[in-house]
Design a protein around this ligand. Sequence first.
Ligand SMILES: [Zn+2]
Ligand SMILES: [Zn+2]
Length: 308
Amino acid sequence: MHDHAAQAVKPGEAIQGANTSAPRVTCWGTRGSIASPGPNTARYGGNTSCVEIEVGARTLIFDAGTGIRLLGRKLMAQSSVVRTDVFLTHFHWDHIQGFPFFAPLYEPAALLRIMGPEQASVDIQTLFAGQMGPVYFPVPFAAIAAGLQFSHLNEGAWTGGDGIEVHAMRMRHPSFTVGYRIRAGGRTVCYIPDNELVGAQYDVDGGNWRERLIDFVGGADVLFHDAMFTDAEYPPHLGWGHSTFSQALELAAEGAVRRLSFFHHAPERTDDELSAIVDEIRAEAERRGLALEVDAASEGSPIVLGES
Ligand SMILES: [Zn+2]
Ligand SMILES: [Zn+2]
């Protein structure tokens, strides 16, 4: 049931046969909490968390929010022999709800390796099967035709070959939630959709968590980070597990990342509001002389790292 074929690799360690293709990153869902389609969210997108990273012929998927549905259709259009690795940050609905609608699940030739942090001794296959229980969903888990391999990835490192390294670090968010640092083709992407950078108290507190986080995002070509609230909106949401735009900017500055892309947009945030906030934060970054790009993650439009 659990796949232990993946081997740990130390950060920065050279991997034989490393794939030098520039990674291509596509957001299929950028919204937090609940899907929020409509004319006011069409530009940045209304689907919940899902990010695809292509490295050569390899496809890695981060989170299985509603955005994974369209990604599944794209993958099936390319080939029915879908081979992909799916990494979950945690199991809140907005990060798993698209999974039963991921078309390759029902294709016998497909093979999906699914990884995520263990939750209070409940293994991740049980967590996935749970949302497809008969009270919640019409198609039983047993109807899945694809080959599935589940394994746990708490804090630590994973490599699946082709020079791809994925590191997980626990974040400040209710339940056992991780963020990911992906290294491939000489580039680094950090994906941290749910993380309360400053307020409240979490299990990870008490050590050098903040220093470790700055190292974790250090020098990233792109950092996707939770920016659900403005500073004014944040106080009543203390302890909800999310950050503000300015807190994300501070982390990006301390970690000297090249591009900060706000993620996990509040469901009620309109496109125009989000664009105005991005402009404000860009101006703030300029005032501070920070050498980083700032934007908000939007569905579609792949980012090819290494060509910019
Ligand atoms: Zn979330
Ligand atoms: Zn969450």
